[in-house]
Write a protein that binds this ligand. Sequence first.
Ligand code: ISL
Ligand code: CA
Length: 541
Amino acid sequence: MSRWWKNAVGYQIYPRSFRDANHDGIGDLQGIIEKLPYLQSLGVDFIWLNPVYASPNVDNGYDISDYQDIHPDFGTMADFEELLGKAHAAGIKIIMDLVVNHTSDQHPWFLEAKKGKDNPYRDYYLWADATENKLPNAWQSFFGGSTWTYDDNSGQAYFHVFAPEQPDLNWKNPQVREEIYRMIRWWLDLGIDGFRLDAISHIQKEPWDFRITDNPWAPFMNVAGIEVYMQELKEIFDAYPIMTVGEASGVSSKKAVHWTKEDGYLNMIFELEHNVREGQPGAERLNLLGFKKVLSRWQKDLGANGWNALYVENHDNPRIASILGDESPKSAKAIATMYMLLKGTPFIYQGQEIGMTNFAFESMEQVDAQDSHNLYRLLLDKGSSPEEALRNVTHWTRDHSRTPLQWEGGMFGGFSELLPWMAVNANTTQVNIFDQEKDEQSVLSHYKHLIRLRKAQPVYAEGTFELILKNHPQVFAYLRKSDTKQVLVLTNLSRNPCQIDLPTRIANKKWQLLSTNTTDVPAVAKRLQMQPYDAWVFEEI
Ligand code: ISL
Ligand code: CA
């Protein structure tokens, strides 16, 4: 089967914040249709859409109440089919979010299950005896608070790794799997091009030992036995020419080969380890050495047999230009250079391609994310002042990435004509697509250039990866090598100048410049000076 995604570049769309075509303040499917030419000009091959299904929106669509319907905020099934057709006509594939670790508590299955212990849907979810004051155990959910919510009606509690409104499905129940598999085939038969599998490493919970408390997440983190379910999923996926990418926290880089090799469960997975922070709470940045160690370990461990999904931003994290860059276009370009040429399939998160920055939150009212609100309450309970709690929570909230995409300058950034569902960043005049499209030196132009570069030479998809200057605290540098080509990537990802000493075997070769974000680039030599956020790519001649 064709492995088209190896040479592809993806673009992640957070539909609520991408483009509001009908001006009700919420992004929608028609907005995506309208902007397909933009995505085409950027040069991406596929879009990953965050959930657009029917949902009460407790977790912005990650709480699904009907897997086979579109949320009215986004449009209708007809809009979706129009999008699919027009995207395909534009040469862009569409992959959908598949959220099957849990449903919404408003999903008909859960509404039935709640009716009582003998309801036929009861066993679709995970229940345990409890009282109002004594939950089955002390496991903590990812969003804060217990993993258990007490149900008065039955004297039992149900389990959820995320919010109480997101009850976990019981994958052990063959009927649950049947229903999910039927739904998956329904979407694939419609002609979509793949799935991003949400929180997939949490679906297996057996042996479900309530006494495990030392590592509180171990009982639902890539637990042995998950292979059975992953294999069943794989067999469905294999019948279609699609791509699959799993969000698989808890799957180590060593184990990830097994997941992503040629006949593995999925084509690739997102690691969730690279956000190594440093600094004081409320003022952290990425620790470059930590970040580099994680990324390069994944490059090395997945090696020739596994496959990486590359990303530095998504809808759950702050903007990379703010936490690793210094918010300058130059720094955004340097970060792009560093990760777009690694081995794997790069994903660009909307707004990243223009260097969008974090939002300066001034009150909790501007914050939407549930986990941030939970953390805020927790900090207040622990004695933080409201100001301190606000700073600590908003510093790294996922909401930074969810402000509307900045299409042009002005109050609503060309996203909508009506007040958007989430505040627009104040810097639309400095950072927007309209201006950057006309500027050859813009971050956007640099992304276009890197995408073209990547696609022009098989070395980026196929070549080996070798980290150099491994312990340099400011520089991320590596070699990509195939039988016929060798590429050297040098990036100073820090706010300070530095000096590097290249190994003689590299310095002695003849190199020519392929890409830069500065005007004066020295010839490759044993010792080089780098200014803050200099990023150079050379090829051997
Ligand atoms: O495992 C985790 C904690 O170590 C989490 O990272 C978890 O895998 C991740 O947060 C899941 O995120 C995804 O599912 C959530 C949703 O809120 C996120 O937006 C989504 O990316 C629940 O569906
Ligand atoms: Ca709208």
